[in-house]
Ligand binder design. Sequence first.
Ligand code: UDP
Ligand code: MG
Length: 337
Amino acid sequence: MSTEPSEPSEPSEFSEPSEPSTTLSVVVPMYNEEDALPALVGRLRPALDAMAVRYEVVAVDDGSKDRTAELLTEFQAKWPELRIVRLRGNSGHQAALTAGLHSALGAYVASIDADLQDPPEKIPEMLDLARADGLDIVYGVRADRSTDTGFKRHTAGAYYWLVRRLVGKQVPAQAGDFRLLSRAAVEAVKAMPDQHQVYRLLVPWLGFPSGQVSYQREERVAGETKYPLSKMLRLGVDSIINFSAAPLRLATWLGVASFFGCLLMVGATLAIYLKGQTVPGWTSLFIVMLFLGGVQLICVGLLGEYIGRIYTAVQRRPTFFVGYDSHAPARNTERQA
Ligand code: UDP
Ligand code: MG
């Protein structure tokens, strides 16, 4: 059942999500998804209309440079439940999700990719499960990854192996950002001060009662992946550093190892000295210097990663800026054409 278009809300109403009249919000972060958008609307809308609940779709346009914004406005004219939140500039998938979670008004909030790799038809199943079993989190878990490239499969395998070791076994392997959260879980997530959120780790870490819905990961319906290697690496580094100080301890262990290595070198140098062969040894000296220099630089780099995070945390700068919100005019800071 679809509902009447809601009036654009006043800012006071917007900032009061405590008694949501909207049952379900669906957050869709999108960056340059003009090719996937028509197919997305074509599948998401019927799936949601078929549910007997009041819903909103929060399309977070993560500073797209293609026709995504234009298409969204066109679709919105025919689909009043579609709400557009546009960020100033590309802030990244996780920041776009943050913007969506902060904007969503629903009693439950689902998040789904724009490229139809996650089937929208699973959202009703997620909501039913959450309501029936009183769950706060329902993960969409990939049944298999046959549609991903070999590279993606291997890097994802290594990623989930590592984060389950660092964060804990409550992180479901093969669960990305297709999930449903209750209002309580959303508020808990919003209260987290972290700047570089990695939701697939933060959400399980909260420890709310959770369930899973398994799904077949489909191929991207159109367009290219918006996760180049640089963004994947960023997510990997954020995942490790947000949840573990282990890399810092690594610096200590490297220090201990190089200390014992140096003791051996001292012994060898003394032996050569006692034999009266003092000139040879330049090579070993040079190698030790290079090694110690390398170890020190790695350790300084590691410290930099953590200190950089402390610095941004202290600055408390937001990770995104909303330029335009179709349902909350008070948030609009962008001049409209
Ligand atoms: N995305 C985004 N901002 C970015 C990169 C990606 O909002 O900077 C969105 C993208 O439009 C998609 C979702 O995040 O809806 C997942 O990205 P993608 O499908 O390209 O990643 P992959 O499935 O290849 O890992
Ligand atoms: Mg994708």
